[in-house]
Structures are given as structure tokens and as C-alpha cells.
Ligand binder design. Structure first.
Ligand code: PEP
Ligand code: MG
Length: 325
């Protein structure tokens, strides 16, 4: 089976009736590009940039960041690379930043909130990303967006940085796509509004599940409450994908669910355009997509949306993919 999956590397993720989706990799450092390409990733759907900031005593310089981003896009040879701006806070602290002690760090000062407060940090990162965009195909993605104001404020900073680069005569991709993570319920529920202001969505099911079901994604004691297949999550996903498509934008997913074989047929049927996952999951997901008719996936997704229990949905999906060799 492993051999068979390896042969899929250069084949497209297309259903037998011709629906093509994009399978991309989540990466955490430039080193991960090798495995992404080896597994047939058509792009990087999530480049987590936290590694640049962690395990050190000072902020990374613009130059250091630029080198890391450039290395990734160059190695991806023109394939799209979605760079997520800093998502620190929550569980990930930076000792040198003197972050506030918080009662609820996951509901607190993190990610885009920190960046909009510390625009010095944000601007340095955006400069590095924009400069690297001259060397390949980069998309910018903001994490933890909760409202349209977040998007607008972030874009104001982005435009300031672009103007600076213009003034300095530094090249960057003037048409760079800017999207957001949809991982907070308020963003999912207002996806129709947000879709007008962004180029794409990427659904972060890890946090979306945590926040929608009010269950700590890391807490062993409540792990049974953490249900990505809960109807609440599936309905939100459907709404977000439909909202993107109504505005002619694309809908990606970069949470763990995108690489879960039990979710593949449902997400395909809901119309997800891009699945981004850990590289090693790509062959399995691709194999499912290449063996399920899109028309059938749509019917299955519709049926699933009428099932009340997460467990029942998972059982049904196990049965459906059982026959795929
Ligand atoms: C998510 O929340 O689904 C996600 C992809 O982001 P992270 O896991 O880095 O929070
Ligand atoms: Mg997240």
C-alpha cells in the first residue's frame, strides 16, 4: 500500500468525474519543504512562522526572516506558499516579549491582536514577507481574525509597509494575495462579510473546534468533547466555503481535519478548494479523492449535514472509505 501511495506523487488530486482540488502541506520551518515536495504537495497552505521567534532571546531581524521566507518560496519553485503572520501567545510565550500574565491566554493577547498592538514587530515581519514575494508565489495570511476591523487594521499596516518599500525602490509582488484564518466562531459566522475584504479563507479547525465547542484542544480531561465532526463545526465549515465562493474567493483548510481521511469525502463534497495538511497525510487523502466521484461526495456531504451525532458521522465515513484500496 505504501508503494502504491508513493506512485501517486505526481498525479493530480482529481476525482474520477473530473473535480480537481489542491493538496498542500503545512510546514513549520524551511527544512519541511523537502518532505512536502516528496509527498507531492502542490503548495504550502500554511507556513507557521513561530519557529523564527521561539527558542531565542531577541526578536528575529527582518533579514533573518527574509532569508527563511525566500528559501521556502525558492524551493517551492513557483508553487503558492501561504505565510501566516505571527501566531504567538496562547500556549506559545516569548520570554523576551514581557507578555502579560493572563487568566485565559487562549482568549487573550495573541496572534493578530499582539501584532496590531506591537506594529513594530508586525511591520518587520510584513517587510520580510513582501521582500521575499519578489522571489516566488507568496500569499499572506492573518491568524485569529475575529472581525472585519481586524482585517482592515492589518491591511492598513500592510499598506504602510508597501508604501515604505515603494519609496525605497524595493521590489515585491504588487498583487500579493491576502487571506485570513477562519478559526474563531465570529469569523465563521460572518464569513459572508469577511469574504468581501479578503482574497481567500483558510479554515483552522483546530482552534475553530476549540472555540466553538468551548473545549481546550490540549486538555486530556475533556478530550471527548473535542469533536471536529460535531454538526456545529460542519455547518460552520459549509457556511464559510459557500460564503467564499459567493464572492469568487477560494476556500482552504489548514487545520488537522484537512488531513483526516475520515473528513476527506465530506470536505470534497462541501466544495473545499484546498486541503493543507502535514505532508505525510497527502498521499492517503489524494488516494481517496482519486477514488470518489464528486457527485457522490456532494450527496454524502448533504447526508452528513443531517446527522446529529459526531460519532455516527465518523462511523459512516469509516464505512465509506473502507472500500478504497
Ligand atoms: C488551526 O487552528 O486549525 C490552525 C491550523 O492553527 P494552529 O494549529 O497553528 O493554531
Ligand atoms: Mg489556530
Amino acid at each position: 500500500k505504501v508503494e502504491k501511495l508513493k506512485k501517486l506523487k505526481d498525479l493530480p488530486a482529481t476525482t474520477p468525474d473530473g473535480k480537481k482540488v489542491m493538496l498542500a502541506a503545512n510546514i513549520g520551518t524551511p527544512k519541511d519543504v523537502k518532505s512536502a515536495l516528496a509527498n507531492g504537495a502542490e503548495g504550502v497552505g500554511l507556513f507557521r512562522t513561530e519557529f523564527l521567534y521561539m527558542d531565542r532571546t531577541t526578536l528575529p531581524t527582518e533579514e533573518e526572516q527574509f532569508e527563511a521566507y525566500k528559501e521556502v518560496v525558492e524551493k517551492m519553485e513557483g508553487k503558492p506558499v501561504t505565510i501566516r503572520t505571527l501566531d504567538i501567545g496562547g500556549d506559545k510565550e516569548l520570554p523576551y516579549l514581557d507578555m502579560p500574565k493572563e487568566m485565559n491566554p487562549f482568549l487573550g493577547y495573541r496572534a493578530i491582536r499582539l501584532c496590531l498592538d506591537r506594529t513594530d514587530i508586525f511591520k518587520t515581519q510584513l517587510r520580510a514577507i513582501l521582500r521575499a514575494s519578489a522571489y516566488g508565489n507568496i500569499h499572506i495570511m492573518y491568524p485569529m481574525i475575529s472581525s472585519i476591523e481586524d482585517v482592515r487594521k492589518a491591511n492598513i499596516v500592510l499598506n504602510e509597509v508597501k508604501a515604505e518599500l515603494d519609496k525605497e525602490g524595493i521590489k515585491y509582488d504588487k498583487n500579493i494575495k491576502v487571506g485570513i484564518m477562519v478559526e474563531i466562531p465570529s469569523a465563521a459566522v460572518t464569513a459572508d462579510i469577511l469574504a468581501k475584504e479578503v482574497d481567500f479563507f483558510s479554515i483552522g479547525t483546530n482552534d475553530l473546534t476549540q472555540y466553538t465547542l468551548a473545549v481546550d484542544r490540549m486538555n486530556e480531561h475533556v478530550k471527548d468533547y473535542y469533536q471536529p465532526f460535531n454538526p456545529a463545526i460542519l455547518r460552520l465549515i459549509k457556511f464559510v466555503i459557500d460564503a467564499a465562493h459567493k464572492e469568487g474567493k477560494f476556500a482552504a483548510m489548514c487545520g488537522e481535519m484537512a488531513g483526516d481521511p475520515l473528513a476527506t469525502v465530506i470536505l470534497l463534497g462541501l466544495g473545499l478548494d484546498e486541503f493543507s495538511m502535514s505532508a505525510s497525510s497527502i498521499p492517503t487523502v489524494k488516494n481517496i479523492i482519486r477514488n470518489v466521484e464528486y457527485e457522490r461526495a456532494k450527496e454524502i456531504a448533504e447526508r452528513v449535514l443531517n446527522i446529529a451525532e459526531a460519532e455516527k458521522i465518523q462511523k459512516m465515513m469509516e464505512d465509506i472509505i473502507k472500500d478504497i484500496e
